[in-house]
Design a protein around this ligand. Structure first.
Ligand code: SIN
Length: 537
């Protein structure tokens, strides 16, 4: 089966849907999403969107905080354009119907939250459910738009590129590598569909599932980075994996984040004996940058042998806590933890991929017709460590820029027919009777990535991880060609590749900076390493 549209969007979070809504003004848009349409990281984002609205704040201060957090690797031009375009993008969301929290004593003014690394209050939020509210409105608007069609339970396998078509003698070889859509698995039917498009957008989110402990939902298997890289797109800064300092520690609480906003509103980190410890590590204490807080917790746990530390906000008025953090309060209560009266047990967990597919200021990758936006992309905004709540902002700004840019480029080629792509050929692949290979390798990757390529790295640990990923990659390759593709196999193939890219990038960087901390090179080397780590095939 073949489906043709002007735009193909892979992923239905804030980045993909914002792009789709803008692009639908110029053409038809197919959005493919591998689970239900709302099941992305956006939906789980608690914190909010950082942007300058306060009279006492300024673009320069937001830029300065972002640059400090990025630890020398942010691209300042990109930081400026994102910060300056932010307020307008947020006003558009409000006009679409997104309901952000407002101040109690001035109903017209947005209630601005505070998070680590921000010198001012600037987090626009909907209590502690910002992502869910934004996703709800974007989905409503996309569903009423006749130019947009959303395909749920459809997982992109690989991009359709010019070199693939050349190899099969379908197009002539000239100009640079071009993308013409993707092969996509209809998960429920087990059928592989050819989606052809003039513009393809990867917006499938992050890769937290590469690690054993993560704040991310199950869908976060680094699909976009893996798909783009296999097609020849450049990937940058994959060593910079952000570990969120505070995920709920409870055997039954899978991936539940305790927002940084809790510390922004006075929450403090304490050890098992009730002692605060962040003052030992940084003058900003509990509101230091995330890499510092996560590393400090890691050190405390390694020293004490304890399994978790605690986040205490019980000194604040219970009414304030339940009103500001209803979702966190209710979820903790389900696990018999009453945050208005007692500290919450927390541990760090993989949270955000600062690296990704390298793009320009319009979200364009090095492949013609291929864009990457949201967590899947490395735009230069985050550098070596993302500032809290800058990610939804980046997604909004780049979605619009990519839509405008791709429309302008597409205009000149509308009269050209799309190439005829061959149907997916399964070769002699059969149904697998050995799914244990998939589940075993999946567990093994997540385990050694956590132990060897986690918050604190060493050369030896990285070398061990490299050997292991090599063996697993060889097994997956063999398995992939022998058996019919399934969602699990595709995800495994993607997390294995993303793990390899993280290990390779971390091994190349011979210094410690931002989120990358290697005990064998504990200091920063601005002479050799003040640059992005870029990989491509
Ligand atoms: C949080 O609420 O702590 C997460 C926000 C973010 O990662 O930007």
């Amino acid at each position: 089966m073949e489906i043709i549209s002007d735009y193909l969007v892979i992923g239905s979070g804030i980045a993909g849907l914002s792009f789709a809504l803008e692009a639908a003004k110029m053409g038809t848009v197919a959005v493919v999403t591998k689970k239900e349409k709302a099941e992305g990281s956006t939906n789980y984002a608690q914190g909010g969107i950082a942007s300058v609205f306060d009279q006492e704040d300024s673009f320069d201060l937001h830029i300065e905080d972002t640059l400090k957090s990025g630890d020398g690797l942010c691209h300042e031009d990109i930081v400026r354009l994102v910060v300056e375009e932010g307020p307008e993008r947020i006003r558009e969301l409000i006009n679409m119907g997104v309901s952000f929290s407002h101040q109690e004593d001035d109903g017209d003014a947005l209630d601005l939250g505070r998070e680590g690394g921000h010198s001012k209050r600037r987090i626009v939020h909907t209590k502690d459910r910002t992502g869910r509210e934004v996703e709800r409105i974007l989905l409503d608007r996309a569903e009423e738009n006749r130019n947009i069609r959303i395909y749920e339970n459809h997982m992109a396998i690989d991009l359709i590129t010019k070199s693939k078509l050349i190899r099969r003698g379908i197009v002539a070889s000239e100009t640079s590598e071009t993308c013409w859509g993707a092969y996509v698995l209809d998960v429920e039917q087990g059928e592989i569909i050819t989606f052809l498009a003039r513009v393809t957008v990867l917006s499938s989110g992050g890769a937290g599932k590469v690690y054993r402990y993560t704040s991310n939902p199950d869908i976060a298997t680094g699909d976009g980075v893996a798909i783009g890289y296999r097609a020849g797109a450049k990937v940058a800064n994959m060593e910079f994996v952000q570990f969120h300092p505070t995920c709920l520690y409870h055997p039954m609480a899978k991936s539940f984040l305790i927002s940084e906003a809790v510390r922004g509103e006075g929450g403090v980190l304490i050890d098992r004996h009730g002692n605060r410890f962040m003052e030992k590590y940084h003058p900003l204490k509990d509101l230091a940058f995330r890499d510092i807080v996560a590393r400090s917790i890691d050190m405390e746990l390694k020293k004490s042998g304890d399994e978790c530390v605690y986040l205490d906000i019980s000194h604040r008025d219970p009414e304030f806590i339940t009103d500001r953090f209803p979702h966190i309060y209710e979820t903790c209560l389900k696990f018999q933890i009453d945050m208005t009266r007692e500290p919450i047990p927390v541990v760090p967990a993989a949270h955000y991929m600062c690296g990704g597919l390298l793009t320009d200021e319009n979200g364009k990758t090095n492949l013609r017709n291929l864009y990457a936006i949201g967590e899947v992309a490395c735009t230069g905004l985050h550098g070596a460590n993302r500032l809290a709540s800058n990610s939804l902002l980046e997604a909004l700004v780049f979605a619009r820029r990519a839509a405008l840019r791709s429309a302008a480029e597409m205009e000149g080629s509308l009269d050209q027919a799309l190439p005829k792509a061959p149907q997916w050929d399964p070769g002699s692949a059969t149904d697998s009777e050995e799914m244990v290979v998939v589940s075993h390798n999946w567990d093994e990757i997540r385990s050694f990535m956590w132990n060897y390529v986690g918050i604190v790295r060493t050369n030896k640990r990285l070398a061990r991880a490299k050997t292991r990923i090599g063996i697993i990659q060889a097994e997956i390759k063999e398995y992939y060609w022998d058996f019919l593709v399934t969602l699990d196999l595709l995800e495994l193939r993607n997390i294995a590749l993303v793990a390899e890219l993280i290990i390779t990038s971390a091994s190349l960087r011979k210094e410690s900076r931002g989120l990358h901390f290697n005990l064998d090179y504990p200091s920063q080397d601005n002479v050799h390493w003040r640059q992005d780590t870029v990989l491509w095939i």
